[in-house]
Design a binder for this molecule. Structure first.
Ligand code: ZN
Length: 443
C-alpha cells in the first residue's frame, strides 16, 4: 500500500454521510451500514484477525486477544458519526466528497474523528501484515452517536464489556491535540488527562404580558438581560486543575517573547490573568459561562410574560454542578429570576484525572516524541466532552489525544466549515497509533 492509497481510504470514509441525530429523531442508518462494508473491504487483515461485533447496529467493537491474559487490555476509540454540514460557499470543498487538495484531506469528520477510525485501523492493518502478535489484548471501539451523547453506542459497548468483566488498562480517545496556543511561540502536544463537566441551566424572568405601548419601567426581557450580563461579569473563579498547572509549567519556556516581558515573575496567577483573555485559555482555567438560547415574545408589539435563556456551563475539575447552581442563584434570585435545570439527565460532573505514572501515558508521550522530535508534550484537560464519559467507567485511566495539528483556529476547526486535516498529519497518525500499540503490547 502506498501512502497515497492509505490517504484515499480516509478520504473515501468522509464520503459516507454518517451524521448522527438526536435521540428521538430520525437516525439515517444506511451510511453507517455502508461504511461498515467499506471498512471490511479495505482493512482485510484487521477483519481477519480481530473479532468484530456490531453494537446497536451502528457502533463497532473490534477485539484482538493478546497472548498474556494477565495483562489488562488497552482500548483505542474514535467515533464514526459526524455533526451535520451544509454544503455552501464557506466550504472550500464539498463537506462529504473527501477531496484531497493542497496537501490536505477536506471534509466533515476529517479531524472529528475519522482520522482516528482510519488511523487506528490502518495502524492495526500495518502491524498485522508485519506479523506482530500482541501480548496484551487490543480493543478498538467506534461509536456511532458520540456527537449526541453516546447512549446507544459507547454506553452499550461499556455494558457489554462490563458483562464480560473486562477492566481496561486505559482508553485512548480524542480530546487532546497538537495545539497552536496563542500564548506560545511553538506548537505543543497536549494529552488530555481529564475532561470538563457539563450543565445547562434555564433562567426565567417573569413579567406582565401586555401591549408594548405601555410597558412600565421593567420588562421580563430587561431583567433577564441584566441577569445574563451580571453572570458574564461575575464568572466562576479561576480554578487551576493539576493537569493545567502542569501544562503551564511544561510549556513555560515556549511563551511568546512579548508575553515574557509582560509577566514579571512568571507565576501561575500572573499567567492565568493573561491567558484568560483568550477563549481557549479561559476554558482551561475556569468553568465557562455561555448563554446559548433566548426566548421572549413572538410578536414585536407584545411584551413577553416570561423571558427565558439557556446558559451552558462547562465545569473544570474541582467545580461541582452544585457550586455552579449556587453561584447562579446568588446572582439571579435578587433580580427575581428563577433558575432550573434544563435537563437533569444531561448534567455531567468533570471526569476524574488520569495518572501520568503509567506505562500507557509514557507510551503515548514516547510515541509523540519519536514522531515529532522536539515537540513539547504536556498534560492538560479537554474543554468539551467525549464518549470517554462512558468508557472511563471500565478503564483505570483515560488519555485524550488526537495526533493532529489544529492550527490557528484551534478547537473551532472541529465542527467548522472547512474542517480538514493535513496528509502529513494523517500519515503520522497511523505511525503514532502503530507505535503506541507496539509499545503497550509487546515490543
Ligand atoms: Zn469528536
Amino acid at each position: 500500500m502506498t501512502d497515497r492509497e492509505n490517504v484515499e481510504k480516509l478520504a473515501r470514509m468522509i464520503g459516507f454521510r454518517t451524521v448522527s441525530a438526536q435521540p428521538d429523531s430520525f437516525f439515517e442508518m444506511a451510511p453507517f451500514l455502508e461504511l461498515q462494508d467499506y471498512l471490511q473491504e479495505v482493512f482485510p487483515a484487521v477483519h481477519k484477525y480481530f473479532k468484530r461485533e456490531i453494537i446497536s447496529r451502528g457502533s463497532l467493537l473490534y477485539t484482538l486477544p493478546g497472548s498474556n491474559p494477565s495483562l489488562k487490555p488497552i482500548m483505542l476509540t474514535a467515533h464514526l458519526d459526524v455533526v451535520p454540514a451544509e454544503e455552501g460557499e464557506k466550504w472550500p470543498h464539498h463537506p462529504f466528497k473527501g477531496i484531497i487538495e493542497d496537501g490536505r484531506v477536506w471534509g466533515r469528520g476529517s479531524v472529528d474523528y475519522k482520522i482516528g477510525v482510519a488511523g487506528m485501523l490502518q495502524a492495526c492493518e500495518d502491524i498485522l501484515n508485519a506479523g506482530f502478535k500482541p501480548d496484551r489484548s487490543i480493543l478498538l471501539a467506534f461509536g456511532h452517536d458520540e456527537e449526541t451523547g453516546g447512549v446507544n453506542g459507547a454506553a452499550e459497548t461499556v455494558s457489554l464489556l462490563r458483562y464480560r468483566n473486562i477492566q481496561l488498562s486505559s482508553v485512548l480517545d480524542e480530546g487532546g491535540y497538537i495545539y497552536s496556543l496563542p500564548w506560545l511561540r511553538e506548537d505543543a502536544a497536549v494529552i488530555g488527562l481529564a475532561e470538563k463537566g457539563y450543565l445547562t441551566l434555564k433562567l426565567i424572568a417573569r413579567g406582565e404580558q401586555g401591549h408594548a405601548s405601555v410597558p412600565g419601567i421593567r420588562t421580563a426581557a430587561g431583567v433577564l438581560g441584566e441577569c445574563l450580563s451580571s453572570l458574564e461579569k461575575n464568572q466562576m473563579p479561576v480554578r487551576l486543575s493539576e493537569p493545567v498547572e502542569r501544562m503551564f509549567k511544561a510549556t513555560k519556556h515556549l511563551l511568546n517573547d512579548s508575553l515574557r516581558e509582560e509577566l514579571v515573575s512568571l507565576s501561575l496567577s500572573e499567567m492565568t490573568n493573561i491567558i484568560e483573555k483568550w477563549s481557549i485559555g479561559n476554558a482551561f482555567i475556569r468553568t465557562t459561562t455561555a448563554t446559548t438560547m433566548l426566548q421572549g415574545s413572538s410578536r414585536e408589539n407584545i411584551l413577553p410574560a416570561e423571558a427565558v435563556a439557556l446558559v451552558n456551563f462547562r465545569s473544570v475539575p474541582g467545580d461541582h454542578s452544585n457550586d455552579i447552581v449556587n453561584h447562579v442563584k446568588e446572582i439571579a434570585f435578587p433580580l427575581g429570576v428563577e433558575v432550573e435545570f434544563e435537563d437533569i439527565r444531561k448534567v455531567f460532573e468533570p471526569s476524574s484525572e488520569a495518572s501520568t505514572e503509567t506505562d500507557d501515558y509514557r507510551s503515548i508521550c514516547e510515541a509523540v516524541e519519536e514522531i515529532w522530535p522536539g515537540l513539547a508534550v504536556a498534560p492538560g484537560i479537554f474543554p468539551a466532552a467525549t464518549d470517554s464519559r462512558h468508557y472511563g467507567q471500565i478503564a483505570d485511566n483515560v488519555y485524550r489525544f488526537v495526533p493532529a495539528h489544529l492550527g490557528e483556529t484551534g478547537l473551532g476547526v472541529l465542527h467548522s466549515e472547512g474542517e480538514s486535516v493535513s496528509v502529513e498529519d494523517y500519515l503520522n497518525a497511523v505511525d503514532f497509533y502503530a507505535l503506541y500499540i507496539r509499545k503497550m503490547c509487546g515490543e
